[in-house]
Design a protein around this ligand. Structure first.
Ligand code: ZN
Length: 182
């Protein structure tokens, strides 16, 4: 039996904003656990999210650099999940109205040829918190809860591991070059 390799990738890229997506807490990595937290990013009852304008700007910038069309009407949705590192039991993401659609990345292969990889959509969402496991207990660090992400979904246009690697390297290089991710 012969198989054909078909690869589509969903890439989560953290956005390089100073603050989180729905509150004013710092989004920096590596701080003392639970030192960048507030009622919004800990999911406490009664707290209300407020969208960080910079997240929208950075996601649009990423979309333009990846040849996407930018939506005029975006929407954030609640996605139900049950994770111990997400106490409100939903993640705020985008379902039907993502911020960017129909993009294109051109990759260069070892033999010198190029290939176009289509991007289906880019949407913005919040990251979950982080669990830390020791031998006898599990602890949760909310510093990462609410850190902004873009989710970049490609079409299944790659047909080898080499193409997938080239695609990921190209994506990383574009996103870091325009300053929207690390
Ligand atoms: Zn916060």
């Amino acid at each position: 039996m012969e198989y054909e390799v078909v690869i589509g990738l969903e890439v989560h890229a953290e956005l390089a904003t100073k603050t989180k997506i729905f509150c004013g807490c710092a989004a920096e990595f590596g701080a003392e656990p639970n030192s960048h937290v507030c009622p919004v990013c800990m999911g406490l009852p009664g707290s209300l999210p407020k969208l960080n304008k910079k997240v929208v700007e950075y996601a649009i910038k990423a979309g333009l650099a990846l040849n996407c069309s930018i939506t005029k009407l975006g929407r954030l949705d609640r996605k139900s999940i049950f994770y111990p590192d997400c106490p409100k039991n939903y993640q705020i993401s985008q379902h039907e109205l993502p911020i960017c659609r129909d993009g294109l990345v051109e990759i260069e292969l070892e033999d010198g040829s190029t290939k176009k990889i289509r991007i289906e959509r880019i949407h913005i969402e919040e990251d979950a918190a982080k669990l830390l496991h020791t031998e006898d207990k599990t602890m949760v660090d909310f510093n990462r809860s609410g850190v902004p992400l873009t989710e970049i979904v490609s079409k299944p246009d790659m047909s080898s591991a080499e193409e997938a690697v080239q695609y990921l390297e190209r994506l990383k290089s574009i996103l870091t070059c325009i300053g929207v991710s690390y």
